[in-house]
Design a protein around this ligand. Structure first.
Ligand SMILES: Cc1ncc(COP(=O)(O)O)c(C=O)c1O
Length: 358
């Protein structure tokens, strides 16, 4: 892909950038540039460019605003102690966007082009990647693809735009890893058979918000969704996949065909295997969860995703009841330390997961 670059004439000052990077929070500050490439059936992907970050001008009839034909990704760039900048398995994010795009009737952007776009933006805005000495701070990267044809008919858009923006992110846990408390959503589900559960698309997140509001109103951090068919099997959290560790050391993670298959999830499967745990991908019911915790058969529960990497799961609450979780354990802590160590260049990258950008 040929990419043209137009640099901003008003880059963020060193002083302001230092202030932002001291406490970046999440998703509120954006780097000086953005990447854009457009697609039409006649021209394919064309006009790839890095330009100054700024608002889009969209016709009010733009398809994505009405029918939510869009996909997105979430990934990070990490600075290593020698100053180099790396991403984690970016080709997997590119491949997942291809799968999501198929489901949303969007065109395929080849994973190589996806990775090139991300690399180009991060290279141009490299001073926005927080220093390695600042704990788990990173540059969060948000690639997204939107239907940009101005047309109100319900059919796949004939004009599509793929963009990448980036935003420095603070450590998910300030002052030590803390368990998340979970609200069991019995009324709302996230996905059904034949639906969009396995795709990373805005509608899945829009539909999760009311359940998240319910969780917050009940004093919980996150929602856990059950399957849409029987309401019995664990799917995932609003933005993380789940893991259950059993007393004999084996680990179970839900596989239902309707969850978003996380890149952290896939990496945990490999790392846990290397650490000698047998990992099963299968359905696990809410009864197995409750009974396993009560009997001591389940010894640890944790969740994983790009944002938090791995977080222990605390109390589970539902309408009219609650179940304690096993105390945060060593399996999750060990896997977390190894994964974060690989991402930040402190551990040997034995799986070849890291991709050098700068
Ligand atoms: C619904 C959902 N499940 C799981 C995940 C974890 O995926 P990953 O490990 O690729 O961040 C995410 C995060 O993107 C998510 O939004």
């Amino acid at each position: 892909m040929q990419i043209s670059t137009t640099l901003t004439s008003t880059p963020t000052s060193d002083e302001r950038l230092a202030e932002i990077l001291a406490d970046p929070g999440f998703g509120t500050h954006f780097t000086d540039h953005m990447f854009t490439v457009e697609w039409t059936p006649e021209q394919g992907w064309h006009d790839a460019r890095v330009t100054p970050y700024g608002p889009l001008t969209l016709d009010p009839a733009t398809a994505v605003l009405h029918y939510a034909q869009e996909t997105f990704e979430g990934m990070k760039a990490y600075r290593h102690p020698d100053g180099s900048i790396w991403s984690f398995r970016p080709e997997e994010n590119g491949a997942r966007m291809v799968r999501s795009s198929h489901r949303l009737a969007l065109p395929v952007l080849e994973p190589d082009d996806f990775v090139q776009a991300v690399d180009e933006l991060v290279e141009v805005d490299q001073r926005w990647v927080p220093d390695a000495s600042t704990g788990e701070k990173s540059l969060y990267i948000r690639p997204f693809m939107i239907a940009t044809e101005a047309f109100l008919g319900v059919r796949p858009s004939q004009h599509v735009t793929f963009m990448v923006i980036a935003s420095p992110a603070g450590a998910y846990f300030k002052g030590g890893v803390k368990p998340v408390s979970l609200w069991l959503s019995e009324e709302y589900t996230r996905a059904g058979r034949g639906g969009m559960g396995a795709a990373k698309t805005g509608g899945n997140y829009a539909s999760s918000l009311v359940a998240q509001q319910e969780a917050t109103a009940n004093g919980c951090d996150q929602v856990v969704f059950l399957d849409g068919g029987e309401g019995r099997y664990i799917e995932e959290l609003g933005g993380m996949n789940m893991y259950f560790v059993y007393a004999d050391g084996h680990i179970v993670t839900p596989q239902t065909g309707t969850i978003l298959e996380g890149i952290t999830r896939a990496s945990v499967i490999e790392l846990a295997g290397k650490l000698g745990h047998q990992v099963e991908e299968r359905r696990i019911s809410i009864d197995e969860w409750r009974e396993g915790v009560t009997s001591g058969e389940i010894t640890e529960i944790f969740a994983c995703g790009t944002a938090a990497v791995i977080t222990p799961v605390g109390e589970l609450k539902w309408n009219g009841g609650s179940a304690p979780s096993p105390p945060a354990g060593q399996v999750a802590a060990t896997i977390r330390e190894q994964l974060v160590g690989i991402q930040f260049g402190r551990e040997d990258d034995a799986f070849g997961w890291m991709h050098r950008i700068v």
